[in-house]
Design a protein around this ligand. Structure first.
Ligand code: SF4
Length: 410
């Protein structure tokens, strides 16, 4: 699991420098439990063997309510939530009644905007028809199913517990009760051939979800898979293989009527994930749960990582925030470029080059123009969009998004 970043100490009462609510507000709810730990997993999640009393799944909704109450107090009631996202870990490792309980308290404290998007991630083996019905009855609008692959040997390498046949059943149940459906895929698993990847994409498309995410596998050194790679038991990921699979994904998904709206996300018209967009557009969100990160008006803060430490702080009446970082205007602008350039809507040419008095700096603008023309000449930015003073990645630019960001910033 990655360590938390450094930062200044967060006040024990959780107070923030600026709680003006002039941007939309979202909530992320982290559920840090899984049945088993997948070999590649680097997330802040725990199996039941790893956690003793004071941090059990059964107690978790009760603990979360304390952080929701604290957030309501710190934000002075905040504003109605535009989006809510339950992620993990495995949110559906909890009973549906617990997710219902948490969602009900979020609604009581903040309220929801009309048409709010309310999503939970779900592992296929953890839900059935009754479970998704309960989610729908509670007010969930969307489910994001962790399919990862349709090929048994790939799922086995990833240590996933479900069979490929389970996923279409979950999608059918979810659609029957009126939930919008997304599928999460992973490409680049050791041993996955190009044919395997095409099979997974074809199976995903055949289920006709509203939204598909596809992420290239990154093997972190501290994971079981990282150790297997170090010992030579498994091969490391190959950048050329990842690039080829990304191109296949874009081609097959585009042909099936999905449009990319962020480097790793494609959707049918009108089904881009609004919660994801809230992150990438720099809106405000409160992340609830151990290790969850939040952003409110340029202040980023993050909770202590271990579920027991998180619960103990809440039970002592202390904010679970471990540390925080108050971003300067310049840092916020830089962050906006890093996030916004990944979106299909791109960024205005002037993004992040304001002077202190908020006027556009002509020297920086001239430099930006020069850099973007070079990037367009390299085929990384779209020339037609540059002519409209916007920076939008080409397909090649999407593959090399980090390079584009570095070059814009150097
Ligand atoms: S199900 Fe997801 S969060 Fe849980 S161990 Fe596997 S990859 Fe990690």
């Amino acid at each position: 699991m990655p360590d938390l970043p450094d930062g200044e100490r967060a006040p024990e009462d959780g107070r923030l420098p600026d709680i003006s609510m002039d941007r939309p507000l979202s909530a992320y709810v982290h559920v840090p439990f899984c049945e088993v730990r997948c070999g590649y997993c680097d997330f802040n999640t725990y199996t039941s063997d790893e956690l003793g009393p004071g941090a059990t799944p059964q107690e978790y909704d009760g603990e979360l309510l304390k952080e929701i109450a604290l957030a309501g107090d710190v934000l002075d009631g905040g504003r109605p939530l535009e989006t809510v996202f339950f992620g993990g870990g495995t949110p559906t490792y909890l009973d549906a009644s617990q997710l219902t309980h948490i969602l009900g308290v979020l609604e009581m404290v903040f309220g929801f905007e009309p048409g709010a998007e309310i999503t939970t991630e779900a592992n296929p083996e953890t839900v059935d028809r009754d479970y998704v019905q309960e989610l729908r009855d509670a007010g969930f609008t969307r489910v994001s199913v962790g399919m990862q692959s349709a090929v048994p040997h790939v799922l086995a390498t990833l240590d996933r517990l479900h069979t490929p046949e389970r996923v279409p059943r979950v999608i059918e149940w979810a659609r029957d009760v009126g939930l919008s459906c997304s599928l999460d895929l992973i490409y680049g698993t050791p041993g996955e051939s190009l044919d395997d990847w095409q099979t997974s994409l074809a199976e995903a498309i055949a289920m006709d979800p509203d939204h598909i995410s596809a992420y290239g596998l990154g093997i972190e050194p501290g994971t079981k898979m990282g150790q297997q790679v170090r010992r030579g038991v498994l091969p490391d990921t190959d950048p050329d293989d990842l690039a080829a699979k990304y191109e296949i994904a874009d081609e097959m998904l585009s042909a099936a009527g999905y449009t990319w709206y962020e480097v790793s996300n494609w959707s049918k018209p009108g089904h881009a994930a609004r919660h994801n967009l809230a992150y990438w557009r720099g809106n405000n969100w409160w992340g609830f749960g151990p290790g969850a990160h939040s952003h409110i008006n340029g202040t980023r803060f993050w909770n202590v990582k271990h579920p027991r430490a998180w619960a103990q702080r809440l039970n002592s009446g202390v904010s679970p925030a471990a540390a925080r970082e108050v971003l300067s205007e310049q840092e916020r602008a830089e962050e906006q470029i890093m996030l916004g350039i990944r979106l299909a809507e791109g960024l205005p040419l002037t993004a992040g080059i304001l002077r202190q008095d908020a006027s556009i700096d002509p020297v920086d603008l001239a430099q930006r123009r020069h850099k973007t023309m070079l990037l367009a000449a390299d085929g990384l930015l779209r020339s037609d969009q540059l002519a409209r003073s916007r920076m939008v990645l080409t397909l090649r630019g999407r593959l090399l998004a980090d390079t584009v960001i570095r070059q814009l910033w150097d």
